[in-house]
Write a protein that binds this ligand. Structure first.
Ligand code: NAP
Ligand code: MG
Length: 404
């Protein structure tokens, strides 16, 4: 069988620990036999980040800007333990943070839904994607403990030196606390565009919710920017695609989400997205079944798994013990990236291969063959727990048939 040709290379960002092991297995077992894979390879493994003084992370993000599509393996974000373990000269920053800052992107997280893994909300039949605004609010705040008898004010000094003051609170009879938050029109607009582009790409409805009834300037600004960009740039495209955008109060959104059957994108402010993405991930069943894609406002895509490097499994693997690590989210990062590359380069065969790779993966699990994390959750009657490698070989059995 002739291998599927590619035109433009994918940016390939390799990573750490167990996911690095899985990365190679996926390529060898499921991709290289079918695709004449073209990638521009960047080794974001911690050792190489140390060796290049983290320049490799920046280079990989720049390459993503150039080519438009990347696939990333999970990477270690160093902490004090890792500095010792890897003999680091610096506590290098999170690669995901660096890449996100360079691409100015929004992260979309979507669960992979399979028969046998029932969401805790039984009405949820289709995945719910959470889009989290990843700038500002409480994540870039200034806060103070305030002593009784103090007066706290907001003071803004404009570029000509004029001050505008507003009272926050006069602290009488008790100590208290204050917090200063900000956001940027530019960042909110980027977030809105990334959300609307992603909705068009997925042909799914998108909701945005905040607390504009209480926060009449701050949250209301988010609502206005979303509405303005939608009306001016996306209204017609949405009508053509048969999808809708609507704004609602965050309380209403939460109630609707629980009553829904899924199949839409929920755009959240930074804090709401932080909290709600954990709720949605847990309710859908497993972190190992959660995909993640970073989308820039100008349509650059970086695909990855939402989970980390699965360190505990890696130490078992190093000792030569059998592991049963779930490769589904990493596999879907590859299929997502290859599909997007195929769409951009007009390669229907590559798009078709990506679809079949996902079908084969889901079929394997629905046939009852799965890794330990899923076996513990699945309600299927006949299920077999398999090791990391066997799972991929089982997927390949089904993929080979689909590709015939
Ligand atoms: P983790 O790698 O997501 O793993 C936490 C636990 O979740 C695992 O020990 C495992 O539970 C289970 N798990 C996660 N993914 C799994 C999979 N694919 N298959 C089976 N089980 C899975 O999180 P962590 O242990 O907190 O972090 C490890 C490293 O990953 C850290 O250095 C962190 O910086 C990094 N990290 C990277 C990213 C990223 O690159 N996007 C994201 C998060 C964390 P059991 O051990 O109980 O089986
Ligand atoms: Mg969180």
């Amino acid at each position: 069988m002739a291998k599927i040709e590619m035109k433009t290379p994918l940016v390939e960002m390799d990573g750490d620990e167990m996911t690095r092991v899985i990365w190679k297995m996926i390529k060898d077992t499921l991709i290289l036999p079918y695709v004449d894979l073209k990638t521009e390879y960047y080794d974001l493994g911690l050792e190489n980040r140390e060796k290049t003084k983290d320049q490799v992370t920046i280079d990989s993000a720049e390459a993503t800007k150039k080519y438009g599509v990347a696939v990333k393996c999970a990477t270690i974000t160093p902490n004090a333990d890792r500095v010792k373990e890897y003999n680091l000269t610096q506590m290098w920053k999170s690669p995901n943070g660096t890449i996100r800052a360079i691409l100015d992107g929004t992260v979309f997280r979507t669960p992979i839904v399979v028969k046998g893994i029932t969401p805790y909300i039984p009405t949820w039949k289709k995945p719910i994607t959470i889009a989290r605004h990843a700038y500002g609010d409480v994540y870039k705040n200034t806060e103070m403990v305030v002593a009784e008898g103090s007066k706290a004010e907001l003071v803004v000094t404009d570029k000509d030196g004029n001050e505008t003051r507003q009272l926050i609170h006069e602290f009488k009879g008790t100590d208290g606390i204050i917090q200063g938050l900000h956001n940027l029109d530019k960042s909110i607009a980027s977030f809105a565009r990334a959300c609307f582009n992603f909705a068009l790409d997925k042909k799914q409805d998108i909701w945005f919710a905040s607390k504009d009834t209480i926060s009449k300037k701050y949250d209301h600004r988010f609502k206005d920017i979303f509405n303005e960009i939608f009306d001016n740039e996306y209204k017609d495209k949405f009508a053509e695609a048969g999808i809708t955008y609507f704004y609602t109060l965050i309380d209403d959104a939460v109630a609707r989400v629980i009553r829904s059957d899924g199949g839409y994108i929920w755009a959240c402010k930074n804090y709401d997205g932080d909290v709600m993405s954990d709720m949605v991930a847990t309710a859908f069943g497993s972190l190992a079944m959660m995909t993640s894609v970073l989308v820039s406002p100008d349509g650059i895509y970086e695909y990855e798994a939402a989970h980390g490097t699965v360190q505990r499994h890696y130490y078992k693997y190093l000792k030569g013990e059998t592991t049963s690590t779930n490769s589904v989210a990493t596999l879907f990062a590859w299929s997502g990236a290859l599909r997007k590359r195929g769409q951009l380069d007009e390669l229907p065969e590559l798009v078709d291969y990506a679809d079949k790779l996902e079908q084969a993966t889901i079929a394997t699990i629905e046939d009852g063959v799965m890794t330990g994390d899923l076996a513990a959750l699945s309600t299927l009657e006949n299920k077999t727990k398999v090791d990391t490698e066997t799972f991929l070989l089982e997927i390949n059995k089904r993929l080979a048939q689909l590709m015939q």
